[in-house]
Write a protein that binds this ligand. Structure first.
Ligand SMILES: Nc1nc2c(ncn2[C@@H]2O[C@H](COP(=O)(O)OP(=O)(O)O)[C@@H](O)[C@H]2O)c(=O)[nH]1
Length: 500
C-alpha cells in the first residue's frame, strides 16, 4: 500500500496541476493546427477582368483577360479567358460609313457581356487600340479617321464596362507591347531570364523587337524603348515598318509590276494558271502605293500567275531599299537595326502563313523551308485548289507570295542567316493566350507589371504557420518539463501532522 502511494507521489502525471497543463497544451496544439489548416485550405477563386479590342487593318478582335482578384497587386498570373473575331473587315474600311464601324463591334461586345460576370462589369476596363490600318487612314483622311473613332467610342460606351478610350497605337508601342506579351507569357520577365525577340506581321505593318547585345541606344533613339520590369532593366530595340504588313506589301509588289500601266501582268508570286481581273483604282487606293499610280492605265488589268520563287524574290527585293544607311548597320529603307540575336517568337501572319505551309516544326532548316516554298509556288493553281478545297480562295491564292515575302523579309530585310533563322519559333499563342500587343498594352495601362520586385516576406504563409506551430509545441514541452523538474524539489505536502 505504501509502495503504491510512493509510486503515485513519484509519478507527477497523476497530479491535477500536471493534468490541467497537459489538457491546455493539447487544446492549444489542436487549435493551432486547425487555424493553420483553415488558413491554407484552397479558397474559391475570384477573378477580375480586362477587355482589349485590337482594331487591326484586316479585322478587329476582342480579347478578355482574367486574373485572380486577391492578387491584382502585381503577383497574379494574367491569362486570356476568351477571344472574339469581329465579323467583317477592319474599322478603317468603314471610312465612308463610320457608324458601321461602331455597330460591327456589337456581337463581340455582347459576347463579352456574357463572359464577364455581371457584378464585375462596371469595374472591368475596356480599351480599344487601332494599328496600321487606322494609321494609314489617319494619314490619308484625318476627318474620316476621327469619325470612325467617334462611332466606335459611342458604340463601346453603350456597354456596362469601364470604358478607357480608343486610340491609335504608334508603331513603336505596337512592337514594344508585343515583346512584353511574349516575354510575360513565357515568365521571362518575373524571373529575369534572357528575353525572346518578337516578330509581328500584320496586314498593313510589321514589327521587329528584341534586346540586342551591346546596344548603343544613342545611335537611333527613336528605335529604343527602356523598360524597368520586376526590378530588371531592358533596352529594347523596336521598329515598325508601315506598309510592310503582308497585304500592303502585296499591293506594293503589284504596283511595282503594273507601274507602266499594262493591261496584263504575269506574276511570279502567284501559281501557274492563276488568273483574275483586278481594278487599277482599287489596287492603288492606299497611301502605300497611291503616289506610284501610273498616269495612263486602263480600268482593269489581268493578273496571271507564273509560280517562280526566285523571280518572286526579285520583285519583293525591289520593295526594300538597301542603298542608304547612315548608321553602323541597317535593316532596309535606311532604318537602324543591330544584328539580330537570341531566340524570337514570330506571330500573327507569320504564324498563319507558316502554319498553312506546314513549316512551323522548328527542326526544319532555312534551306528546306525555302525549297518547300519554291516547290509550293510552282504548283499549278488548279492542283492547289483541289488539295485545299475548304480554304478561302483569297487566302489560298496568296500563300505563295506570303511565304516568299516572309522568307525575304527575314533573311534579306532583317538579316537572319541559317543559324539565327533556326531560333525563330512561329507561334500563335503561349500557354493559352494569343501572342500580340493587346496583353502587353493592358498590363502597361493597368500597371500590372511592377517596376520593382515586390518585397515579399522571407517565408510563404504556410511555412510561417508550420514553424510557429512547431515552436509553440517545443515551448509547451519545455514549460512542462520545467514545471515537473521544479515539482521534484518542492517540499512534499503531507496531510500527516508534522512532529516538531
Ligand atoms: N491565312 C490566314 N490569314 C489570316 C487569318 N487571320 C488574319 N489573316 C491575315 O493575316 C494578316 C495579319 O492579320 P492580323 O494579324 O489580324 O493583322 P492586322 O489586321 O493588320 O492587325 C492579314 O493579312 C490578314 O488578312 C487567318 O485566320 N488565316
Amino acid at each position: 500500500m505504501s509502495a503504491q502511494r510512493e509510486m503515485k507521489e513519484k509519478n507527477p502525471w497523476h497530479k491535477p496541476l500536471t493534468i490541467i497543463i497537459t489538457v491546455i497544451g493539447v487544446i492549444a496544439i489542436v487549435a493551432l493546427v486547425t487555424v493553420a489548416g483553415l488558413q491554407n485550405r484552397p479558397v474559391f477563386q475570384k477573378y477580375k477582368y480586362g477587355i482589349v479590342l485590337d482594331a487591326g487593318s484586316s479585322h478587329t478582335a476582342l480579347y478578355i483577360y482574367k486574373w485572380p482578384a486577391e492578387k491584382d497587386n502585381n503577383t497574379g498570373r494574367i491569362e486570356q479567358k476568351h477571344s472574339c473575331k469581329v465579323k467583317g473587315k477592319g474599322i478603317s474600311s468603314y471610312a465612308a460609313v463610320p457608324e458601321k464601324a461602331g455597330t460591327s463591334l456589337t456581337e463581340c461586345m455582347q459576347e463579352a457581356e456574357m463572359q464577364v460576370p455581371a457584378w464585375r462589369h462596371q469595374e472591368t476596363p475596356l480599351y480599344l487600340g487601332a494599328t496600321a490600318g487606322m494609321r494609314l487612314l489617319n494619314m490619308e483622311n484625318k476627318v474620316a479617321s476621327d469619325k470612325v473613332f467617334e462611332a466606335v467610342e459611342k458604340a463601346l460606351q453603350r456597354f456596362p464596362f469601364s470604358y478607357q478610350g480608343a486610340r491609335i497605337l504608334s508603331g513603336q508601342e505596337e512592337g514594344a507591347f508585343g515583346w512584353v506579351t511574349v516575354n510575360y507569357l513565357d515568365d521571362r520577365l518575373k524571373q529575369g531570364l534572357q528575353t525572346t525577340g518578337a516578330l509581328d506581321l500584320g496586314g498593313a505593318s510589321t514589327q521587329i523587337s528584341f534586346v540586342p547585345h551591346e546596344y548603343d541606344i544613342s545611335e537611333s533613339p527613336s528605335n529604343a524603348v527602356a523598360f524597368q520590369l520586376y526590378g530588371n532593366y531592358y533596352n529594347l530595340y523596336t521598329h515598325s515598318f508601315l506598309c510592310y504588313g503582308k497585304d500592303q506589301a502585296l499591293r506594293m509588289a503589284l504596283a511595282h509590276q503594273t507601274r507602266s500601266g499594262p493591261i496584263a501582268i504575269s506574276d511570279p508570286c502567284f501559281h501557274p494558271d492563276y488568273s483574275v481581273t483586278r481594278n487599277y483604282n482599287t489596287l492603288y487606293d492606299s497611301p502605300c502605293v497611291s503616289e506610284r499610280k501610273p498616269k495612263v492605265a486602263p480600268l482593269n488589268f489581268t493578273h496571271t500567275g507564273e509560280g517562280n520563287f526566285l523571280q518572286c524574290q526579285e520583285v519583293i527585293r525591289s520593295l526594300f531599299n538597301f542603298k542608304s544607311c547612315k548608321y553602323s548597320k541597317c535593316s532596309f529603307n535606311g532604318i537602324f537595326q543591330p544584328p539580330v540575336q537570341g531566340s524570337f517568337g514570330a506571330f500573327s501572319a507569320y504564324y498563319f502563313v507558316m502554319n498553312f505551309l506546314n513549316l512551323t516544326d522548328g527542326s526544319m532548316s532555312l534551306e528546306t523551308i525555302t525549297n518547300y516554298v519554291a516547290n509550293y509556288c510552282s504548283t499549278p493553281w488548279d492542283q492547289i485548289k483541289k488539295v485545299y478545297p475548304d480554304i478561302n480562295e483569297k487566302y489560298l491564292a496568296e500563300y505563295c507570295f506570303s511565304g516568299t515575302y516572309i522568307l525575304t523579309l527575314l533573311t534579306e530585310g532583317y538579316n537572319f542567316n541559317t543559324e539565327t533563322f533556326s531560333k525563330i519559333k512561329f507561334i500563335k499563342e503561349i500557354k493559352g493566350s494569343d501572342a500580340g500587343w493587346t496583353l502587353g498594352y493592358m498590363l502597361n495601362l493597368t500597371n500590372m507589371i511592377p517596376a520593382e520586385t515586390k518585397d515579399s516576406p522571407p517565408l510563404p504563409h504556410a511555412g510561417y504557420v508550420s514553424i510557429v506551430t512547431v515552436i509553440v509545441l517545443l515551448l509547451f514541452i519545455l514549460v512542462t518539463l520545467f514545471i515537473l523538474s521544479f515539482r521534484s524539489i518542492w517540499p512534499k505536502c503531507s496531510k500527516e501532522p508534522q512532529i516538531v
